[in-house]
Design a protein around this ligand. Structure first.
Ligand code: SF4
Length: 412
């Protein structure tokens, strides 16, 4: 069932009616204390806390670990997971679904499966809602869901528990403002990322740009015109139905996927501000250009901490997080730009006996690297994405310590 089609619904009116419905919940259900205990024991780590308390450094044997000063679970993710746990308590016998991974972390999603929360399956590239019945409870994940999905679930008579992070909702409000002013939303993001799919569903006209290169292409087109067919081919799947670059780029607003590199989002915003100023003059800028700060604090803090960490002398980096987690990939990018050997793994299981690691190089498929831990004294930088529990970080650290300790050759 394709629920992505743009049907120009009044998204604001729909959200208003949803907010007033008894079957729509955006807050927990008062089971915070029990849930906090469960989350503490399942996701927190004493070892990681010890490193935090020790100025983010730990030396064991020949290995020194330097932890980024901001990493791991952000409050939006913690809140979403806690709400999912509370939902199970609140509806002990109902069938509970989730429209997507609650967050991009395999261990957390596995835990929800254990609690008998079912994931909507994707069949032939489309979500299959056929098993969802009226009266079922459906959780929307931290990165949100499209307005068409929400409407479908509401019409079917489901109880909706919406864990969408308020930072993501802030971006949705921003694109609503663009729509009101008849501005095309230029969204810095990945067109097939769930958050951007949700954001674009709230927008009127939109165009999604992945990076500064694509933004520059659009800016050049605004100033100098160009080949319309080439433009539309280049941004295939990344614009709203009926979008015409010759007509729809005279009034634009900026929005973003909250987990993109914040420096790039800022540069893209400034590029379009300059572009519209050149084209329409400073006095007319407000009529043609809208920009609000919607970069999430947690993403910003984790990226800033990573920029600080890579200033240290590191032999290598291990970046821990789900492979489809956008914010984790961006942390990996920062290490690679500094030419630091960097390994992106999603769990300790990727570290294998015999000094082998299965990791995901940037923009490539999984790869096994032999002898990834060098001999002798080592300084290893560690960070983790916003969806990664500290327990997973601890398991990775223990594997590294054990590997190094078990091999006399690696001791140097
Ligand atoms: S990374 Fe930011 S936007 Fe995403 S869930 Fe966390 S706090 Fe919310």
């Amino acid at each position: 069932m394709c629920l992505r089609g743009k049907d120009w619904m009044d998204t604001k009116a729909f959200k208003r009616s949803l907010n007033s419905s008894d079957h729509y919940h955006r807050k927990g259900f008062g089971h915070d204390a029990e849930v906090a205990d469960a989350m503490q024991s399942e996701y927190q780590s004493n070892l990681v806390q010890e490193i935090r308390d020790n100025n983010y450094v730990l030396k064991r044997g020949a290995v020194t670990i330097r932890l980024a000063e901001a990493f791991g679970f952000c409050w939006g993710v913690e809140r979403a997971v806690a709400m999912a746990y509370e939902t199970r308590q609140q509806f002990p016998t109902e069938k509970i679904w989730i429209t997507n991974e609650i967050i991009h972390n395999p261990s957390v999603n596995e835990r929800l499966r254990d609690m008998n929360v079912q994931f909507i399956e994707v069949v032939n590239g489309q979500k299959d809602f056929s098993g969802v019945a009226g009266g079922d409870v459906v959780i929307l994940p931290a990165f949100g869901a499209s307005v068409q999905e929400m409407q479908f679930l509401s019409d079917r008579g489901c109880t909706i528990v919406d864990t969408t992070c308020p930072w993501v909702s802030k971006v949705w409000n921003t694109v609503e403002k663009h729509k009101k002013g008849d501005h095309t939303s230029i969204i810095h993001g990945k067109y097939n990322h769930e958050e951007t799919i949700a954001t674009s569903s709230f927008a009127g006209k939109y165009l999604i740009v992945l990076n500064l290169d694509q933004a520059q292409y659009v800016a050049d087109y605004i100033l100098n015109g160009g080949d319309r067919d080439e433009f539309l081919a280049k941004f295939k799947k990344a614009y709203s139905e009926g979008f015409d670059p010759d007509v729809d780029l005279d009034r634009i607003g900026i929005a973003n996927q909250t987990t993109m590199l914040k420096g790039e989002t800022e540069q893209i915003g400034k590029l379009f501000e300059r572009t519209m100023m050149r084209k329409y003059g400073t006095h007319n800028l407000n009529e043609h250009f809208l920009s609000f700060n919607t970069i999430c604090d947690a993403t910003q803090e984790r990226q800033d901490a990573m920029f600080d960490l890579v200033k240290e002398k590191l032999d290598l980096m291990v970046v821990i997080g789900g492979y489809n987690s956008s914010n984790t990939t961006h942390l990996q990018e920062i290490a690679i730009e500094r030419n630091i050997p960097s390994f992106h793994i999603d769990s300790d299981q990727r570290i294998k006996a015999g000094n082998r690691i299965e990791h995901k190089p940037l923009h490539r498929d999984l790869e096994v690297v032999e002898n990834w831990l060098p001999e002798g004294e080592l300084v290893i930088g560690i960070t983790s994405g916003a969806s990664t529990p500290d327990k997973v970080v601890e398991a990775v650290l223990e594997k590294i310590f054990a590997l190094k300790a078990a091999s006399p050759a690696l001791q140097g």
